[in-house]
Design a binder for this molecule. Structure first.
Ligand SMILES: [Zn+2]
Ligand SMILES: [Zn+2]
Length: 166
């Protein structure tokens, strides 16, 4: 059995401000060469991680699950809850959206881009992209964003800022 304390051999990954759960979990997995199933097993929470990465949140994550995952990764459950929309905020799991200007400043998928009420980045006053503005490919789920480029035409997410409308 795996002890659920902090694993000294697990590389610690610091969340970015506003980072979504899918993007954060993806970074943890890539850094540690873990599958979604493997991470869930280490945390003792079973096969839920792959669903969370797709923002399939029905059933919704529970406090014990986030405590177990947070303990494994050395971050608080509050920090994990902040990677999901607040309870009163509706969420869209697709299309996955992006503000390239935000990504330039902080290379992560922000959870607020998936809020139902959001279609625009308040910081940059730019419309959120819901597909690559260069080749029109849909964005992959954020846990697969590790290299920061469109999966089809390889345009960098940051460079897409110049093609965003206000
Ligand atoms: Zn922005
Ligand atoms: Zn593209």
């Amino acid at each position: 059995m795996v002890d659920s304390g902090i694993q000294p051999w697990l590389f610690h990954v610091d969340p970015y401000e506003g980072e979504s759960l899918s993007h954060f979990v993806g970074r943890v997995r890539h850094r540690n060469h873990l599958t979604a199933g493997g991470l869930g097993q280490l945390a003792g929470i079973g096969a839920v991680v792959a669903r969370w990465e797709r923002f399939h949140l029905n059933p919704y994550p529970t406090q014990p699950q986030f405590e177990a995952l947070g303990k494994l990764l050395g971050i608080s459950s509050e920090r994990l809850w902040a990677m999901l929309p607040p309870q009163d905020e509706g969420m869209k799991c697709e299309p996955i959206r992006l503000c390239g200007a935000c990504y330039q400043e902080s290379p992560c998928h922000r959870i607020e881009w998936q809020f139902k009420s959001k279609w625009k980045c308040d910081r940059h006053n730019l419309k959120l992209l819901s597909k690559c503005p260069n080749c029109e490919a849909k964005f992959k789920i954020p846990s697969l964003w590790e290299d920061g480029h469109c999966s089809r035409c390889r345009m960098s997410f940051g460079a897409m800022a110049t093609m965003q409308n206000s």
